[in-house]
Design a binder for this molecule. Structure first.
Ligand SMILES: Cc1cc2nc3c(=O)[nH]c(=O)nc-3n(C[C@H](O)[C@H](O)[C@H](O)COP(=O)(O)O)c2cc1C
Length: 344
């Protein structure tokens, strides 16, 4: 199950019994990767999204971990800092942080309005970068202490790590900008430090080499992400999770090319592919050795028993997009499992 932001963690980002129920319903997924979760207050810019930087949030995640384990599931949590995508409304009207002072293109709802345009971020100092590395480490430690099985470092979709990786946002001239190696330095420092804290077998990473959320993009994306996965090889991570909608999947996510096959060649570890798959195309991708596993996002929203539905060739239910990010149980835990078919 791919990470899905659902905005049910309330004003203070504390996972609830309702969230525990939602994840427990989906425990037959081989691995749940829980929704993007902030590593620090200054990285949290999505209404009612969870955090993992204080004791109350950690206790909330413990509820989730216990519920999933009780149902014999496994669960990682995705850790993010939204960087320049954090609107000042969330952080006492301060400017958000990023690699450089490039303002992102786009709007998000905040406590003060529905479509709030992004503000100009301030570049992190080198001390600020080290502080963010430590924030990833501490959130990872809290994840393990809460009983979660591991963490996925969110280095995709134009958020903080991606704002360092790609050259449309990274304009730095110090050792964190310029060459590909320098732009990857923050990502690698985070991975190195988190692996040292909780063990590489509990750490995954997510990249989205060819989308351009917030118009964060890279002029040399093939070289940049080839180099990224080559460097990631050295860590022996639990997995690399690539979000790259396959061609003609009708996904509606903008892509400039399709480089999962190239990255598969370069990456020596376990690779999870994602983006626009159904059961047949996922099986084909596995048969063709494009990936070791396929993750599903949208299909899990309305089909908590997605695995059983695949096994039984059962029709899938469609989710209601208007309820993706709303508070409460509706459109969240009220999608039921399919009736079990008689197998003759
Ligand atoms: C409601 C919603 C929330 C999402 N939240 C996240 C998220 O928190 N982190 C992330 O990396 N991707 C997120 N995504 C992207 C999904 O993980 C996934 O990559 C995307 O839906 C494509 O896969 P699919 O075709 O199987 O749905 C989200 C997508 C949707 C529709």
């Amino acid at each position: 199950m791919a990470p899905l932001t659902r905005g049910r963690a309330g004003k203070h980002g504390i996972p609830t019994e309702l969230m525990a129920q939602y994840y427990q319903q989906r425990a037959s997924a081989g691995l749940i990767i829980a929704e993007a979760t902030a590593i620090s207050k200054d990285g949290r810019g999505w209404l009612n999204s969870p955090g993992l930087y204080n004791d109350e949030q950690q206790a909330g995640w413990k509820l989730v971990a216990e519920a999933v384990h009780q149902a014999k599931g496994r669960i990682f949590v995705q850790l993010w800092h939204m960087g320049a995508a954090v609107h000042p409304d969330f952080i006492d009207d301060e400017a958000p942080v990023s690699s450089s002072n490039v303002t992102l293109t786009g709007q998000l709802p905040t406590p003060k309005g529905r479509d709030r345009a992004m503000a100009e971020p301030k570049p992190l100092t080198q001390e600020g970068i080290q502080q963010q590395v430590q924030n990833f480490v501490q959130a990872s430690r809290r994840a393990i202490d809460a009983g979660l099985d591991g963490v996925e470092i969110h280095a995709a979709n134009g958020f903080l790590i991606d704002q360092f990786t790609r050259d449309s946002t990274n304009k730095r001239s110090d050792k964190y900008g310029g060459s590909i190696e320098n732009r990857l330095r923050f990502m690698m420092e985070v991975i190195q430090a988190v692996c040292a804290e909780i063990g590489a077998d509990k750490v995954g990473i997510r990249l989205s080499p060819t989308n351009s959320v917030w118009q964060v993009s890279d002029s040399q994306y093939k070289e940049t992400f080839s180099q990224a996965v080559t460097q990631l090889n050295t860590f022996n991570l639990a997995y690399l999770h690539l979000l790259e909608p396959k061609p003609n999947s009708g996904h509606g996510m903008e892509t400039i090319d399709y480089i999962t096959p190239l990255l598969r060649e370069k990456y020596t570890g376990l690779l999870i592919a994602n983006g626009g798959y159904d059961q047949d195309s996922a099986q084909l991708a596995l048969n063709n050795k494009l990936a070791n596993a396929i993750s599903f996002g949208l299909p899990f929203i309305a089909n908590p028993d997605l695995v059983e539905r695949f096994q039984q060739a059962h029709d899938l239910s469609a989710p209601n997009p208007e309820l993706f990010y709303t508070a409460g149980a509706e459109g969240y835990v009220d999608y039921s499992a399919a009736e079990t078919k008689e197998i003759s």
